[in-house]
Design a protein around this ligand. Structure first.
Ligand code: F0G
Length: 461
């Protein structure tokens, strides 16, 4: 008999904070309706992100002691190098302290001002780093990606026709690479199919363009391919992941997700000359090429995490946990991005709170209400995160307004997530009470991190 239960037992526990409504009210006012400013000791269930919040295994903790802290040529680097090459088949492995450091390095080496970099949907730091390099980041998701309620197996796919058109229209040499984010965080943690990756590969070959994977959630993508793509059910997640990497010229990795670590990342590439350029640049800011801003113990934990993440028992449980939360909310009429993706459930804010205008930050209003009601922290991925001010100070509604409930790996139990589903259903039942928000002050880039908000029409104190 094999029941559907967590495939691990708990060896170390960490108490979670419980707060009163009064404490949460005060915290929200002090944070100016920006949950990034809430101290974690006032958060009961933290679903702000699935990044860097993984519970490590006993094997990984043991690896921390075993890490080799040699400045150059450490054993822990050699182990990571072997694990990544075995996983990806990419011969050049360069550790970085996290995903965005890999982005910054890669773009510095191969992207020029005026370039265009298309993708299925760039993550916000990828977009910000591309724009910082003077490039244009273009999202070309399939049409169903913008329709939360539509059940489609591969909403993370890129629109291949639109990609072909773009590659044909722009001056030759102005697209250094296409980036496919697996799974697509910006589109609801939805997977990309092997078939789609094959088409992108062909398009890249036709136009002489590199194909990079943003592989932060490669294992979840592989598992969803196994479940959803015809003829994949008998294959191991490792074999599927390898085929994904085989179709690419390289990958950017935030190991804080599917590397199952609290810090870490890497770049892996096929091209020796780009790798050499990266190694030269990285010494200036990130560190020597065999540690890349990390301690030897971090490299050790990352190597082990990359092996553990492909365990079919782990992946089956992980995806089931997320799906169970999503299906429970769906059954109770809470509008979410369907079907559930890999790492998070995304609430469709406009369908949830249709009485609010898209420019009233409905996602942020829901996110704040969820904190106030139940001490649960989520993140808005909508108008606040993706809206852009025009020169006259106004902004257009963004395509999709979502609230992400990201599920940390191996951290919360089914009962914790039942509490989350219940809280969301209760807020949905009282959705008419949600009030519009407005921005008081915002930074010019990545505004969701620093913006200060208030209920619309509130008196300025
Ligand atoms: N790419 C994707 C798809 C991501 O989701 C992230 C981070 C990054 C790159 C950047 O990696 O944080 O290690 O520098 N996503 C986190 C999130 C922050 O909450 O989704 P990083």
């Amino acid at each position: 008999m094999r029941g559907t239960m967590e495939p691990y037992r708990i060896k170390v526990v960490e108490p979670i904070p419980f707060t009163t409504l009064e404490e949460r009210k005060r915290a929200l006012i002090a944070a100016e309706w920006n949950l990034f400013r809430i101290p974690s000791h006032l958060v009961t269930i933290d679903l702000l992100t699935d990044s860097g919040v993984t519970a490590m295994s006993a094997h990984q903790w043991a690896g921390l002691l075993d890490g080799d802290e040699a400045y150059a040529g450490a054993r822990s680097f050699r182990r990571l190098d072997e694990v990544v090459r075995d996983l990806t088949g990419l011969p050049h492995v360069i550790p970085t302290h996290q995903g965005r450091a890999a982005e910054k390095l890669l773009f510095e080496a191969v992207v020029r001002a005026g370039n265009t970099v298309p993708g299925n949907t760039h993550f916000d730091t990828t977009r910000a780093n591309l724009e910082h390099a003077g490039a244009r980041a273009v999202d070309l998701p399939v049409a169903t990606a913008r329709r939360p309620e539509v059940e489609h197996a591969f909403k993370g796919n890129i629109d291949v026709t639109a990609l072909e058109e773009l590659l044909t229209e722009v001056p030759s040499g102005s697209v250094p690479m296409v980036i496919m984010t697996v799974t697509s965080n910006g589109c609801g943690g939805q997977p990309v199919s092997l078939e789609n990756l094959r088409h992108v590969r062909q398009a890249c070959d036709r136009h002489g363009v590199l194909l990079f994977l943003d592989a932060a959630r490669f294992a979840e993508n592989a598992w969803l391919i196994r479940e959803r793509e015809p003829d994949q059910l008998e294959r191991s997640p490792k074999a599927i992941a390898r085929e994904m990497f085989d179709l690419s010229d390289g990958c950017l990795m935030s190991a804080k997700k599917d590397g199952l670590v609290n810090i870490g990342g890497f770049l892996a590439l096929r091209d020796a000359s780009i790798a050499e350029r990266l190694r030269r640049i990285m010494v200036l800011g990130e560190g020597f090429p065999t540690y890349g801003g990390l301690a030897g113990r971090d490299l050790e934990a990352m190597a082990t995490g990359l092996e553990e993440v492909l365990d079919p028992g782990y992946l089956a449980d992980r995806i089931l946990q997320v799906r169970t939360l999503g299906d429970k909310m769906h059954r109770h009429g809470v509008p979410t991005v369907r079907p559930p993706g890999g790492h998070a459930i995304y609430v469709d804010s406009r369908a949830f709170a249709p009485h609010l205008s898209p420019l009233d930050f409905p996602g942020q209003a829901i996110s704040c209400a969820l904190y106030l009601h139940a001490g649960i922290r989520s993140v808005e991925i909508g108008q606040l995160m993706n809206g852009r001010r025009k020169p006259d100070g106004t902004e257009d509604p963004v395509d999709l307004d979502l609230v992400r409930l990201a599920i940390p790996r191996r951290v919360y139990t089914t009962r914790h997530l039942d509490y989350v589903a219940e809280a969301l259903c209760e807020i949905h039942a009282q959705r008419g009470m949600l009030t519009p928000l407005e921005i008081v002050e915002e930074p010019t880039s990545l505004r969701h991190f620093g913006a200060r908000l208030r209920p619309k029409g509130a008196r300025v104190s």
